[in-house]
Design a protein around this ligand. Sequence first.
Ligand code: COA
Length: 172
Amino acid sequence: MMILQTPRLLLRELTPRDADAVAQVLSDPETMRHYPAPYDRAGVEQWIERNRQRYQNDGVGLWAMELKQTEEVIGDCGILLQQVEGERFYEIGYHLRRDQWHQGLATEAAIACRDWAFAHLKTNRLISLIRPENLPSRRVAERNGMTVWKEVNWRGLPHCVYSIERGQLPVL
Ligand SMILES: CC(C)(COP(=O)(O)OP(=O)(O)OC[C@H]1O[C@@H](n2cnc3c(N)ncnc32)[C@H](O)[C@@H]1OP(=O)(O)O)[C@@H](O)C(=O)NCCC(=O)NCCS
């Protein structure tokens, strides 16, 4: 199912058939260096299944990011329900295959998810949870109009909670 599109990208629900393409992203040690470990094949399949459960339970999840020009899946971007200090928030998340970095693709997808979320979800705040040393991800959040709201220990590691509130104009 297609969720949204941008000039270069299409976001749609992940299916088990995306496992090879997703593995090229989430099994890459460089892409996953801010995570505890890259995913092995079973981990990729479980990750796809978790997102399919999220579509059913939460109405959102991480979606497959397809390059319109080639119809290739080159990463994921989407919205996750996350618990931070006992409160639930919608988080915008993204991962991109390494050969596609530095073209503004993650920013393009994240902005589209932000606008989609404020249009479709009853929430006044969106967040992105980012390790302080993950500068590219921080840049994407900043260009998505977010600022650091607070710093928290999340799943045992320090994270910046980037945030944007409904109606808050993005700083360009
Ligand atoms: C984060 C990620 C999705 C960004 O994808 P991308 O499409 O290359 O991002 P964009 O091109 O939209 O923007 C990246 C910004 O970070 C900057 N950047 C990239 N690498 C950088 C680095 N090593 N140090 C500092 N800034 C960096 C870019 O210059 C760009 O900003 P600019 O255009 O103002 O210069 C990609 O790097 C990725 O998949 N990382 C691994 C997964 C991950 O960490 N996901 C986020 C988890 S919170």
